[in-house]
Design a protein around this ligand. Structure first.
Ligand SMILES: Cc1cc2nc3c(=O)[nH]c(=O)nc-3n(C[C@H](O)[C@H](O)[C@H](O)COP(=O)(O)OP(=O)(O)OC[C@H]3O[C@@H](n4cnc5c(N)ncnc54)[C@H](O)[C@@H]3O)c2cc1C
Length: 255
């Protein structure tokens, strides 16, 4: 007899493809949501109309639009918090590092480099990514790179990624823990996370992480986090069109 329970039969693990692959895009999927303009109206009107507010707001769409615009303009922000959007995002680690600076109104869960082996998917910018930074800090402009610069970037990144992932695998094969071996992996490695926010926290994020001709306060985000922001913005615009229009009309400043 032994105290050790019989080991469950193990599924044979699928063979993994350890060859690095390279991407220049990001994945953003809206996986779950409860978000509509009526959530804003309901929250705003409950203070005056009480339980009748849902019926009230269906009566007069123009008034509803005007109320949302007034809330946005005068920065009455809390009615924009009674909704929820959960995104699945896959992007390079350097994007997540910037993303997770957004503390308020956001919840995050990211894949673990301790509990699972990290997959060899790495970021290499495509030809549309401007490569040359000009101007002063806080007011940079970016110019397109030459063909030679693009070739250099692709070659240098791919070589470095391949070497780094080989070192990671060598350590894992020698029995080193994943949480130790991962130190050699660069910030161009893709990670994935769930990020949940509400319209108010998303607007604050978009005001800082996208560039837009209607923005009253210009921002200068890194292009790759802006790519994520643009995709989230497109999803949100479809869910809350009146709120989205009011955000743009009022200079893309979160209320
Ligand atoms: C273009 C750009 C460049 C950047 N460069 C750098 C950089 O070089 N180095 C760097 O470290 N970061 C940098 N950041 C990150 C930036 O400083 C913020 O951490 C990030 O944009 C999140 O903004 P936030 O704090 O307003 O958001 P959230 O953390 O979501 O906070 C939302 C709001 O809540 C309030 N709030 C939150 N926490 C506090 C608090 N502790 N005290 C008082 N009020 C609070 C504030 O009003 C804040 O605007 C940069 C951001 C951008 C957009």
């Amino acid at each position: 007899m032994t105290d050790t329970p019989a080991a469950a039969p193990q599924e044979p693990e699928a063979p993994q493809d350890l060859r690095p692959s390279f991407r220049s895009d990001v994945t953003v999927e809206l996986v779950k949501h409860s978000a509509a303009d009526s959530d804003v109206l309901w929250a705003a009107r409950v203070s005056t109309a009480g339980e009748q507010s849902l019926d009230e707001l269906r009566k007069d769409p123009e008034r509803s639009k005007g109320l949302i615009n007034y809330l946005m303009r005068d920065r009455h922000g809390s009615p924009f918090e009674h909704n929820s959007m959960t995104f699945f995002i896959s992007a390079p680690i350097f994007v997540f590092r910037e993303f997770m600076r957004h503390r308020v109104g956001w919840s995050y869960n990211e894949e673990s480099g301790r509990y699972r082996e990290l997959q060899p998917v790495f970021y290499v910018p495509d030809a549309s990514r401007k490569l040359v930074q000009e101007g002063r800090p806080g007011k940079y402009v970016f110019a397109p790179g030459t063909e030679e610069q693009h070739k250099l970037v692709s070659r240098s990144m791919e070589d470095a990624y391949v070497r780094a992932y080989e070192a990671y695998q060598e350590m894992l094969a020698a029995g080193v823990a994943r949480e130790v071996a991962r130190s050699v992996l660069p910030v161009g490695l893709y990670s994935s996370m769930y990020a949940t926010c509400n319209a108010r926290s998303l607007m604050h994020f978009l005001g800082l992480r996208t560039q837009h001709e209607l923005a009253k306060v210009p921002s200068f985000p890194q292009r790759e986090i802006e790519m994520v922001g643009e995709r989230m913005e497109a999803e949100w615009a479809g869910l809350m069109p009146l709120t989205y229009a009011a955000f743009n009309k009022n200079g893309r400043v979160a209320p």
